[in-house]
Design a protein around this ligand. Structure first.
Ligand code: FMN
Length: 388
């Protein structure tokens, strides 16, 4: 049904998506919004989760609801973490700093991507809460080790090792928009118009948001701002030869909590428990890597059954509301990471936008908890769901 409301104020993640769409040049919006190949898995993440039904229960004294949760030894006001999202400083002025401040204000954790615009140190200077740091295993192990040292020095509590990027999945939108492929000279005007027709982005980010380089990779990709240069670095540095045995090496350099992100199969989850990871993130990279794999909501219960309590199971993919968070916890996750939801918010409304989206999620969670008759996050289980 067509939505005929006045649209005076954003009320949902979908509204921030629309704001991001109007504020960002098309190629940047599509970079956030798109997925790999036919985008089947990206859509399935959302639709499978939406199809999970909550079980309405009544008359259970839900006057005192507590949404706080213990996640990897840290008490968070919500079982939600801002997932690592690369290039955020291209969507909003010093975007990583704005998002990390919003996360701190709302009592949750921000996870800094390796490929951030603002460096670990810049984000650390702007906040007091510990952040998480996401790392890819690179061919240049000395550089990866140096990044772990920098993260430790900046007080990061948790290392999120992304393991589903042995090779890079193609995103058609990015290729068409010239994000990952060079554009023919005759099309350069089209790109220039895409940028110039978004003056608020030009003013906020392109002019006042400098330097627009990769803060954590300055030594590796000096001054890299062109997509081609960055893509060359990615192609050269992401290491397809990594195996479970390499996790020993990571452990030697990282004394804090270790999370493996990008697990979609129960056998891999068991292996993660065997090698001593503290947690996994059940993830298909938001449908941005291998398309036509299963959604995370459908993979989660089997993975949770396979590992039991041997490690913490986190999840991401398609989480766009507080109802979605409650469903994922009920399906067996300890906490959810959100990706696009906060990327749209920072692009659409900066720090205030991210904080607002987190409050929206909090309020929606409260309603979902109350009307499923649950007062504590720990109480949520399959009982909160109407499994059709
Ligand atoms: C624009 C964008 C950039 C991303 N960059 C990274 C990254 O640098 N490192 C990483 O591990 N995951 C990255 N991801 C994946 C997210 O961490 C997360 O797994 C995914 O967004 C979850 O799905 P959702 O967007 O539906 O919430 C990125 C996702 C998006 C949308």
């Amino acid at each position: 049904m067509e939505d005929r409301s006045l649209n005076l104020a954003p009320a949902s993640v979908a509204d921030y998506r629309e704001l991001a769409r109007t504020r960002l040049p098309r190629q940047l919006f599509d970079y956030i919004d798109g997925g790999a190949y036919r985008e089947t898995t990206m859509r399935a993440n959302v639709s499978d989760l939406r199809d999970v039904r909550l079980r309405q229960r009544v008359l259970r004294d839900v006057s005192d609801i507590d949404l706080s949760a213990n996640v990897l030894g840290e008490r968070l006001s919500l079982p939600v973490v801002l997932a690592p999202v690369g290039l955020i400083g291209m969507f909003a002025r010093r975007g990583e700093v704005q998002a990390a401040r919003a996360a701190e204000r709302e009592g949750i954790r921000f996870c800094e991507s390796t490929v951030s615009i603002c460096s670990i140190e810049e984000v650390n200077r702007a906040t007091t809460a510990p952040m998480w740091f996401q790392l890819y295993v690179m061919r240049d192990r000395a550089y990866a080790a140096a990044l772990m040292e920098r993260a430790q020095a900046a007080g990061c509590s948790t290392l999120v090792l992304t393991v589903d990027l042995a090779v890079v999945g193609a995103r058609y939108r990015d290729a068409r928009n010239g994000m990952t492929a060079s554009i023919p000279p005759g099309k350069k005007l089209v790109r220039a118009w895409d940028i110039l027709s978004h003056p608020s982005w030009v003013w906020d980010v392109a002019l006042r948001g400098k330097p627009l380089t990769f803060g954590n990779l300055e030594a590796a990709v000096p001054g890299a701002s062109s997509p081609n240069q960055f893509k060359r670095w990615v192609d050269n540095q992401f290491d397809p030869s990594v195996t479970w045995a390499d996790l020993d090496w990571v452990r030697q350099h990282w004394p804090g909590k270790l999370v493996l992100k990008g697990i979609l199969d129960p056998e891999d989850a068991k292996e993660a428990a065997r090698v001593g990871a503290d947690a996994i993130v059940v993830s298909n990279h938001g449908g941005r890597q291998l398309d036509e794999v299963r959604s995370t909501a459908s993979a989660l219960p089997g993975i949770r059954d396979a590992v039991g309590d041997r490690l913490d199971v986190l999840v991401d993919g398609g989480v766009q509301s507080g109802l979605d968070v409650v469903k994922m916890i009920a399906l067996g996750a300890k906490a959810c990471l959100i990706g696009r939801a906060w990327a749209y918010a920072v692009a659409g409304g900066g720090e205030a936008g991210v904080a607002h989206v987190l409050r929206i999620i909090r309020d929606e969670m409260k309603v979902a908890m109350a009307l499923t008759g649950n007062r504590r996050i720990e109480e949520l289980g399959p009982d909160a769901l109407d499994l059709l």
